[in-house]
Write a protein that binds this ligand. Structure first.
Ligand SMILES: [Zn+2]
Length: 147
């Protein structure tokens, strides 16, 4: 399999059996299932994206995206991670919750002019429509994704 910039494959760990799956970004809204256990791979899951695959997913999805810009050294980011995962479960198909490690993906951090983390950015049809900085509880994250 060749990974080209126009058709990047996302690495997704199955929440049910732990198998690593490679999902074409273009199929992000097609309810991809795990190659090993055939259970839903992404529904209700937080998706980790980066400089290489972010744009392909933004173009491929019809859902609103909520992007959590974070870094491993950031205490409030680590605090918010469980709330973000919980929000993803509550939202299910209603939105795509994405996390971007700003240290590993400087291009995205720069393009979105991320100055403090965590920062949540909501993207609809490829355009930023809202952003907020600082750790948020799950309820606020769900509300932002739906609002
Ligand atoms: Zn599985």
């Amino acid at each position: 399999m060749n990974d080209t910039p126009s058709d990047p494959r996302l690495l997704a760990t199955c929440p049910h059996c732990g198998a690593t799956n490679r999902v074409p970004a273009a199929r992000i809204d097609d309810h991809p299932v795990c190659g090993r256990c055939a259970k839903p791979l992404l529904d209700g899951q937080v998706l980790a994206l980066g400089d290489a695959d972010f744009d392909a997913v933004v173009m491929a999805t019809d859902r609103p995206l909520l992007v959590d810009f974070w870094a491993a050294w950031c205490g409030p980011c680590r605090m918010m991670a469980p709330a973000f995962a919980q929000a993803a479960q509550q939202l299910g198909d209603g939105a795509l919750l994405v996390k971007v490690d700003t240290d590993a993906n400087p291009q995205l951090a720069q393009r979105f002019a991320i100055r403090s983390i965590p920062t949540l950015v909501k993207i609809v049809q490829g355009r930023e429509v809202a952003r907020t900085s600082g750790a948020q509880p799950a309820g606020a994250i769900v509300q932002m994704a739906r609002g």
